[in-house]
Design a protein around this ligand. Structure first.
Ligand SMILES: Cc1cc2nc3c(=O)[nH]c(=O)nc-3n(C[C@H](O)[C@H](O)[C@H](O)COP(=O)(O)OP(=O)(O)OC[C@H]3O[C@@H](n4cnc5c(N)ncnc54)[C@H](O)[C@@H]3O)c2cc1C
Length: 313
């Protein structure tokens, strides 16, 4: 477990901006990015050569941060943010998707597949473009209401299969086992990405039979059998379920916020105060995640200034 002052989740402009402002205030900070490069919204959604405007859709264009972002192109904007990371010597960790954060006494624990961090404060800057990962095989569209990527639609008493081996999958399985018949299917033969609490809980649930564990077994096919989910497994068996939940990474931003205990309104916008602090004291939101329809690069940079000014008071 590594101890830092501040963990920032998401290395888009808001996350990078917040990291730079924190570093300038003398904080020990780590920036966690799920992809293997920075700024996924720029890279995935901007066309090559796209003009990037500082004044965007009527948002505040007065940049109060220390990253010298000006009008440019996709390429020059990426260069500006990459340069800022290097110049300020930011500790950035790639392939580090955060699934949720946990509060323990005074501090927070943030877990990624590679490392856990203990910190006093967290800034969530994950944007609004995330979506859940889907399996490689085809899922029947006729079952789309019963094949989910979170546990929000589960009804008491349903026979469930949860697919995945990360913290979300383990938490869903343990939480739902009190009211449902639950199978957890994970293609690897042991859990390697769980935090200590989830590992203990799922192992106990597996031993006591509360959760049926199918480890080292993958799914070959999902079929619609008279409105039920028929799953064929690599060990040659097959079984019917009422509902399947895929928890194989890439949750939506709203799921992420809810898992952190942050209240969201019916548009998926988190509640936060004038310092961008959410209802969970110590967790802040910055950039697009703190808006209904997305904001702008300058707004994200200014959020980092507001939060770090508040944290340094
Ligand atoms: C087509 C298009 C054109 C635009 N043009 C402009 C423009 O000209 N000028 C302007 O100011 N704005 C523009 N915008 C808006 C601007 O891109 C966004 O406001 C800005 O990218 C938001 O920054 P962000 O850091 O909040 O989120 P993002 O840029 O979305 O970055 C979030 C980062 O968090 C990472 N992440 C997500 N979940 C996790 C997780 N669980 N763990 C770890 N990392 C995670 C993502 O991979 C991503 O890298 C445009 C947007 C689009 C879609």
């Amino acid at each position: 477990m590594k101890k830092v002052d501040l963990v920032i989740v998401g290395a888009g402009p808001a996350g990078i901006g917040a990291a730079v402002e924190a570093k300038l205030k003398g904080k020990e900070v780590v920036l966690l990015e799920k992809a293997n490069e920075t700024c996924q919204t720029f890279r995935v959604f901007y066309k090559d050569g796209k003009r990037v405007d500082k004044e965007y859709k009527g948002h505040d264009s007065n940049n109060r941060g220390h990253i010298p972002f000006e009008d440019g192109t996709k390429e020059s904007t990426l260069e500006t943010f990459e340069k800022a990371l290097k110049e300020h010597n930011i500790d950035i960790q790639f392939s580090s998707e955060v699934e949720s954060v946990k509060k323990t006494n005074e501090n927070f624990i943030v877990t990624t597949p590679k490392q856990s961090y203990e910190c006093q404060n967290i800034i969530i800057a994950i944007g609004r473009m995330g979506k859940p990962n889907k399996p490689d095989y085809k899922l029947p569209s006729s079952l789309s209401k019963l094949i989910n990527f979170n546990a929000n639609s589960v009804q008491k008493g349903e026979k469930l299969i949860i697919i995945g081996g990360g913290n979300s999958a383990a938490e869903y399985a343990v939480d739902l086992a009190g009211q449902n018949e639950v199978t957890l299917c994970y293609r690897k033969d042991k859990f390697t990405r769980l935090n200590d609490t989830n590992l203990k809980d799922i192992e106990e649930a597996g031993k006591s039979g509360k959760v049926k564990l199918k480890l080292g077994i993958d799914i070959t096919e999902v079929l619609d059998e008279n409105g039920k989910i028929k799953i064929n497994f690599t060990d040659g068996t097959s079984e019917l379920y009422d509902r399947a939940i895929y928890a194989i990474g890439g949750s939506t931003p709203v799921d992420f916020l809810q898992k952190c205990g942050i209240q969201v309104d019916d548009k998926g916008v988190p509640s936060f105060d004038e310092n961008r602090q959410s209802n969970v004291k110590g967790i802040f939101v910055a950039g697009d995640i703190a808006s209904k329809n997305g904001s702008s690069i300058v707004v994200g940079l200014n959020d980092g200034v507001i939060i770090n000014d508040f944290l340094s008071k």
